[in-house]
Design a protein. Structure first.
Lengths: 265, 364
C-alpha cells in the first residue's frame, strides 16, 4: 500500500463525515449519536492522514513538505487538527460539517492533479528550515478553519438579516460565538505565521536560498492577516466584514501558494 | 381485560367545563385511590392539566368501568349537570395510541409542546405512589415516556418556536449565544413586550431596562422584571450598553430612526443589536435593519416565523404517527402475550388501593 492510498482512505472517512452531517441535518440536528459518529469519522480520517504524512516523511527523509502535493495535504491535515481541538472544546455544532468538505476538496484536488513530483531540495539541511515550513503550514490550517467559521458566520448572518430562517438555522452556532472563535483562530494563525516568518529569516541565513516571488507572497500574506487581526482587535472591522476579509485572505494565500509553487518551482 | 381512557381536553370541552373537572395537583394520589374505590378498575392513573383531564385504567369489563369512571368524575367534583357530552373514551389499541399521542404533544393545543410529557410523568408518579398502578400501567407509562423521547429526537415535532416571545428568544440566542451578558431595553409597557422580556429573562438575559412615557408604568414593569426604570428621554443615553430592544409604544411615528441609530451604533463599536418592534404602527424605522450588525424584526416577521415553524411541525405529524404505531404495536404485542397470566392474576380481584403512606398522603 502506497502512502497515497492511505491518503485516499483518509478521504473516504472525511466523505463519511459529510454524509453523516447531511443525515444529522435531516434528523433535525438532534442525534448525539450521529454527532459522535461524525467526530469519530473525522478522527479516523485524521489518523490515516497523519499516517500518510509519517510514511511520506519516512520516504522523503525529512518533513514531508517537499512539493505542492505534500504541502497542501499538510495544510488540510492542520485544518482537521484545529477542528478536532476546537469543535468539542467550544461546542461548535456543525463546525465539522463545514470543515470536512473543504478538507476533502483540497485533498482530492492534490490527489487527482499531477503535482506529486520530486523536486530538487536544497543541499544544506537545517532544523530551522523545517520548523519554518511546518509552523507556517500549521498557521495555514488555523486560517483554513477561520475560513470555515467565516462561511458559517456569513450564512447565519444572512439568514438573520433577511429574516428567512432555514431549518438548519437553529442548529448552527450564534454569530457572536462564530465571530469570537474566528478571531481566536486568526490570532493563533497569525502568531504561528509570525514564528514561521522569523524561522524563515533564520533559515535564509543558514541555507542562503530564496525566491523573490515566494518572499513577496509570504510577506503580503503576513501583512494581510496582521492588518486583519489588528482591525478586529481595534473594532474597526466587525462581523461580516471580518468574515469576508478573512475568507478573501485565505483564498489569496492558497492561490498564491499554488501560483508561486507552479510558476517558480 | 381492557385498557381504557376516559376524559376531556381542549377540543372536546370549553375551559369552563375543564376547570371544574381539574384535580388539584397535591391531591391526585388521594383522588386516584378514591377512583379505585368507586370504579371496578385493577389499575388507574389520573392526568390533570389545564387542557385535559383523563383517567387511564385497566378493567375486567370496559363498559362497567367507564360508566363508573364517568360517575366518579361527576360525583367527585360535585357537578350538577351531566358532562357526558364533553367526554371521550378509547379502549385497548386506541387507548395506547391516545396516551402515546398525548405524551408526544401531538394532542396538545400547541402541537409538539414538551411540557405535557412532564405532566404525564407527574400524573404517573402520583398514581404509582398511591399504589394505584400495577404491571400493565407501569409498563404502559414507561413505554410512553421512552416513545416520546424517541419521537422527539428522531423527528422535528418539537423544533422551532411557535410563539412571538419564544421566536424572539431563539433569534436572540442565534445572535448573542448565551444571553447572560445581554442588556435588554423595553420601550413601552405593552403586554407582549412584558412577555417577551420575561422570555428573554428566563433564558438568562442579564440586565433589563424599562422606559415608558408614563414613568409609573415603567416602574411597575421594572419591578415585575426586577429591572431598572429609566425616563423616556434617557433611552439614547443608555443605548451603548443595550443589546436587545423591545419596543411597543403607542407612538404614531417611529421612535428609533436610522439617523438616530447610526451614531449610537458607532458608540457601541458596531456590536450586534437586536431590535424587536412589536408596536403597530411601528416604533422602529424599517431602514434601521439595513445597518451593519443591526437585526430588526417586527411583529409580522415574528408571527410569520412562528407560523412557519408550526407548519413545519404539522408536516412532521405523519412521521410521528409511523413511530407511534411501532411503539403501540410493541406494547399491544406484549399485552397480548401476557394476557392469560394477567387475567389469572386479576381474576375476581379488584386492586384495593394500598394503605396510604403517612409521609406522602392523607386519608380521605
Amino acid at each position: 500500500m502506497t502512502d497515497r492510498t492511505v491518503l485516499w482512505l483518509a478521504q473516504a472517512f472525511y466523505a463519511v463525515s459529510c454524509v453523516l452531517t447531511l443525515r444529522r441535518l435531516r434528523a433535525g440536528g438532534s442525534g448525539a449519536t450521529l454527532q459522535r459518529l461524525n467526530y469519530a469519522a473525522m478522527a479516523a480520517g485524521f489518523a490515516l492522514h497523519t499516517f500518510f504524512l509519517y510514511l511520506r516523511g519516512q520516504s522523503d527523509g525529512r518533513c514531508p513538505l517537499t512539493n505542492l502535493f505534500e504541502t497542501q495535504a499538510f495544510i488540510a491535515w492542520a485544518a482537521v487538527l484545529f477542528f478536532l481541538l476546537i469543535g468539542p472544546s467550544y461546542r461548535v455544532s456543525f463546525l465539522g460539517a463545514f470543515t470536512a468538505p473543504l478538507v476533502l476538496l483540497i485533498c482530492l484536488a492534490v490527489l487527482i492533479l499531477p503535482i506529486d513530483v520530486v523536486q530538487a531540495q536544497p543541499a544544506t539541511r537545517s532544523a530551522w528550515v523545517e520548523f519554518h515550513a511546518a509552523i507556517a503550514i500549521l498557521a495555514s490550517g488555523a486560517f483554513a478553519l477561520a475560513f470555515v467559521t467565516g462561511v458559517m458566520y456569513l450564512r447565519q448572518e444572512r439568514q438573520l438579516k433577511r429574516r428567512q430562517l432555514s431549518s438548519s438555522f437553529l442548529l448552527l452556532p450564534s454569530i457572536e460565538q462564530l465571530d469570537l472563535i474566528h478571531y481566536r483562530l486568526l490570532i493563533m494563525g497569525f502568531v504561528m505565521l509570525t514564528a514561521g516568518m522569523i524561522g524563515g529569516l533564520v533559515s535564509y541565513h543558514i541555507v542562503g536560498h530564496w525566491t523573490t516571488p515566494k518572499i513577496i507572497w509570504a510577506v503580503s500574506v503576513w501583512l494581510l492577516y496582521g492588518a486583519l487581526v489588528l482591525a478586529r482587535g481595534l473594532w474597526t472591522l466587525r462581523g461580516r466584514k471580518v468574515a469576508l476579509a478573512s475568507m478573501a485572505s485565505f483564498v489569496f494565500m492558497l492561490a498564491g501558494f499554488w501560483g508561486v509553487s507552479l510558476l517558480w518551482p | 381485560m381492557n385498557l381504557i381512557v376516559i376524559g376531556l381536553n381542549h377540543r372536546s370541552a370549553p375551559v369552563e367545563v375543564r376547570e371544574r373537572l381539574a384535580f388539584a395537583e397535591g391531591r391526585l394520589g388521594e383522588a386516584t385511590r378514591a377512583l379505585l374505590n368507586a370504579a371496578p378498575l385493577h389499575e388507574a392513573a389520573i392526568l390533570s392539566t389545564c387542557n385535559r383531564v383523563e383517567i387511564y385504567g385497566l378493567a375486567n369489563n370496559a363498559t362497567e368501568a367507564t360508566k363508573a369512571a364517568r360517575r366518579f368524575l361527576h360525583d367527585h367534583h360535585k357537578l350538577a349537570d351531566s358532562i357526558d357530552a364533553y367526554l371521550y373514551e378509547h379502549h385497548d389499541h386506541e387507548c395506547i395510541q391516545h396516551l402515546l399521542e398525548v405524551a408526544c404533544g401531538l394532542d396538545s393545543m400547541v402541537l409538539g409542546e414538551t411540557e405535557i410529557l412532564g405532566q404525564v410523568k407527574d400524573a404517573y408518579h402520583a398514581a404509582q405512589q398511591a399504589g394505584a398502578t400495577g404491571v400493565v400501567l407501569n409498563r404502559l407509562f414507561q413505554k410512553a415516556f421512552s416513545a416520546a423521547k424517541h419521537i422527539r429526537s428522531s423527528t422535528a415535532i418539537t423544533r422551532g418556536s411557535t410563539s412571538v416571545g419564544t421566536v424572539a428568544v431563539d433569534l436572540a440566542g442565534k445572535i448573542f449565544g448565551k444571553l447572560g451578558k445581554c442588556t435588554v431595553m423595553v420601550i413601552g409597557t405593552g403586554e407582549i413586550s412584558g412577555v417577551t422580556a420575561r422570555a428573554l429573562q428566563s433564558r438568562g438575559a442579564g440586565t433589563i431596562l424599562v422606559c415608558s412615557r408614563t414613568h409609573d408604568r415603567a416602574e411597575a414593569l421594572a419591578t415585575q422584571l426586577q429591572g431598572r426604570a429609566i425616563s423616556f428621554d434617557q433611552w439614547p443615553a443608555e443605548f451603548p450598553v443595550v443589546d436587545i430592544v423591545i419596543s411597543s409604544t403607542a407612538a404614531p411615528h417611529p421612535i428609533v430612526t436610522r439617523e438616530k441609530l447610526i451614531p449610537l451604533m458607532k458608540a457601541r463599536h458596531q456590536r450586534p443589536l437586536f431590535l424587536i418592534d412589536i408596536a403597530v404602527p411601528r416604533d422602529i424605522e424599517r431602514a434601521c435593519g439595513e445597518l451593519e450588525s443591526v437585526y430588526l424584526y417586527d411583529i409580522d416577521d415574528l408571527e410569520q416565523i412562528a407560523r412557519e415553524n408550526m407548519t413545519a411541525r404539522e408536516r412532521e405529524i405523519a412521521a410521528c404517527q409511523v413511530l407511534i404505531a411501532q411503539h403501540r404495536q410493541r406494547f399491544a404485542t406484549w399485552l397480548e402475550s401476557n394476557r392469560a397470566a394477567l387475567e389469572e392474576r386479576y381474576r375476581n380481584h379488584v386492586v384495593a388501593a394500598r394503605p396510604p403512606k403517612p409521609a406522602h398522603t392523607h386519608v380521605s
